[in-house]
Design a protein around this ligand. Structure first.
Ligand code: NOJ
Length: 460
């Protein structure tokens, strides 16, 4: 791996910061969603979470010892603009200044995500959130405030995290905030998120802020169940509906042809100006990758693979089937551990989008534990990281995929959205009562992996 490769960890504001009503922060849609009984496992919420708002210096020290050279975090929009637009909250700016300066002081490069799902509540209540243009324009305003405040030190910006989740889980299935259920709105929401991305990138480029800006989309790998043309087509289609839907527009200025043909009027259209604005509007591809499924045209036999549907988004619109091998290990989220799927995913991105730099903006796994001792002995996660980073290195060194960074999700256990604190993704254990942090086996393994690559470079 190259010397300037970014090895990092990732978090997001709402999952770790806490301080939900402190220093002028406004409410966001996850604050209210998680205070609605029944929406989150154990009715957990994120009032305190990892209390990172107060303990961030300790968390930076943990990263320093880990040996990462980069940290991906997100800014809480409602900490900066409590109502989503209008008045700026100086205490919010101040917090992120201290966080950014703290990272830079120890040689950690900040990768900043502007939107990791915590939409200011006012925009949802008054303007229908991502269903309306007001939110698109408010995001542009917010992005500019951040570029102005932090752009002298932040050189890597990510506009949006996993728009697929906002569209499908938040506005289609309704298991994420704002909790809407609809068959058509996900396409409208995704459209507006893309336009907001385009507008923010326009502001960034016209303002001549230094550095790079891009988008982070999620995608699991889809392997054809059999080698038939039908199954190969099914797998390709599943990838296009998952990743192409939200990535093609920022490369080519429009949605994938097959979605246009199949969805007709349900898929909004871009005006020629919007299309031109979106085309080429990402300096890099951020990939969040976690798992793999088989895809097939016909429903697979139960006893063959354990047939299942779901986890693919707008499944009825795709008209394909997903399944898995009984031999694949599963994480406590139920996600399949298939490192070669990661390598294939990276190769698919290269084939579709060319040599555009890729950052693996998230990769990791949840491991169940009943107590701290069990949690810190996470051989399963340590092996996961070893195998997945190995698959990535193969994609880079043997297949020539242009990967520039890898961010392990997550630095520490945190608020896992509708699964609350029940799902632990951290390489550092967090005791949510005492706020004590304890590095896990995976923390030391990841540290060794980074060192190994650095030593190889030093010797060469
Ligand atoms: C994707 C999301 O970006 C992150 O917030 C979440 O915690 C992880 N995946 C794990 O589900």
């Amino acid at each position: 791996m190259k010397k300037d490769f970014y090895w990092g960890t990732a978090t997001s504001a709402h999952q770790i910061e806490g301080a939900w009503l402190e220093d002028g922060k406004g409410l966001n849609i996850w604050d209210t969603f998680s205070h609605t009984p029944g929406k989150i496992t154990n009715n957990d919420h994120s009032e305190v979470a990892c209390d990172h708002y107060h303990l961030f210096e300790q968390d930076i020290a943990l990263m320093k010892t880990l040996g990462v050279n980069s940290y991906r975090f997100s800014i809480a929009w409602s900490r900066i603009l409590p109502n989503g637009k209008g008045e700026v909250n100086p205490a919010g700016i101040d917090f992120y200044n201290r966080l950014i300066d703290g990272c830079l002081a120890v040689g950690i490069t900040p990768f900043v995500t502007l939107y990791h799902w915590d939409l200011p509540l006012t925009l949802q209540m008054e303007n229908d959130g991502w269903l309306g243009q007001v939110t698109v324009d408010a995001f542009t305003e917010y992005a500019q405030v951040c570029f102005d405040a932090f752009g002298d030190r932040v050189k890597h910006w990510i506009t949006f995290n996993e728009n697929w989740c906002t569209a499908v889980l938040g506005n289609g299935i309704g298991i994420f905030a704002p909790g809407r259920k609809s068959e058509d709105e996900p396409y409208v929401v995704a459209h507006n998120l893309l336009l907001a991305h385009g507008q923010a990138v326009q502001v960034f480029r016209k303002g001549n802020y230094p550095g790079q800006i891009g988008i982070a989309n999620n995608c699991d790998w889809r392997e054809p169940l059999t080698d038939t043309a039908e199954d190969r087509e099914a797998a390709e289609k599943a990838l296009v509906y998952f990743f192409g839907w939200l990535t093609d527009p920022v490369f080519f200025g429009d949605y994938p042809q097959i979605m246009r043909e199949e969805l007709g009027d349900r898929l909004p259209t871009f005006t020629p100006e919007q299309s031109a604005m979106l085309k080429g509007s990402t300096d890099f591809i951020g990939l969040n990758h976690y798992s793999t499924h088989y895809a097939s045209k016909e429903k697979p036999l139960q006893n063959l693979t354990g047939a299942e549907e779901g986890n693919g988004g707008m499944m009825t619109d795709q008209n394909i089937y997903l399944s898995h091998s009984p031999d694949w290990p599963r994480t406590s989220m139920g996600w399949f551990v298939v490192p070669w799927g990661f390598r294939n995913m990276l190769n698919w991105i290269k084939a579709r989008y060319g040599d555009c730099p890729i950052f693996v903006t998230e990769n990791g796994c949840s491991v169940a534990a009943d107590n701290k001792e069990e949690a810190v002995n996470d051989e399963f996660r340590a092996d996961f990281i070893t195998q997945y980073t190995h698959a990535m290195v193969q994609a880079v060194e043997e297949d020539g995929v242009n990967v520039h960074g890898y961010f392990c999700w997550s630095l520490m256990d945190n608020f896992e959205w509708c699964r609350g604190y029940n799902m632990r993704f951290g390489i550092v254990y967090c005791d949510f009562d005492s706020q004590e942090r304890s590095p896990k086996t995976s923390y030391f393994r990841y540290s060794d992996i980074i060192k190994k690559h650095q030593n190889a470079i030093d010797k060469a």
